[in-house]
Design a protein around this ligand. Sequence first.
Ligand SMILES: Nc1c(NC[C@H](O)[C@H](O)[C@H](O)CO)[nH]c(=O)[nH]c1=O
Ligand SMILES: CC(=O)[C@@H](O)COP(=O)(O)O
Length: 160
Amino acid sequence: MATNNLSAYEKSKLPSAHPYRFGIVVADWNSQVTHNLHKGAVETLIDLGAKDSNIDTIFVPGSIELVYGATKMCKKNIYDAVIVIGCVIRGETAHFDYVCQSVTNGITYLNTHMDTPVVFCVLTDNHIQQSLDRSGGKFGNKGVEAGVVALRMATLKEER
Ligand SMILES: Nc1c(NC[C@H](O)[C@H](O)[C@H](O)CO)[nH]c(=O)[nH]c1=O
Ligand SMILES: CC(=O)[C@@H](O)COP(=O)(O)O
């Protein structure tokens, strides 16, 4: 099992998030999971010093639409990092694979063509219990991990 605790970070080893502005795009599919991931990301950024007024969130229907939402945010060129949050749970057909591939390819494209780092906080699970375990359950909250990654990437953006 690759996942241990997704929520562990050492605040003393991280810069302050105070100077930075963050965008977050949240998919409403499986909202009982994605909204907990969002809560984890926001609480972490605030804990690391971000101002509440420097965290903007938009909501989209599903994970495929995360790419459009992130693109809109990146094009504003006002964010130091953008986090996309989704939860894709396997069903009976191959649709799971196409949804995961679509959002993965889209976020990869943005990270190679735009000047704003986009953090991938999308759970791709076989069943709901795996998602619950990773959004505030026994394995922590992947949203916390995304908040830390967003801060670290924001510091890279300012380097010209
Ligand atoms: N099955 C899941 C979806 N499916 C919906 C797609 O993301 C998309 O909204 C639709 O295909 C229209 O473009 N989305 C999730 O985020 N999670 C799922 O489990
Ligand atoms: C990942 C999905 O889109 C999922 O909801 C599709 O379920 P199914 O493959 O049973 O149609």
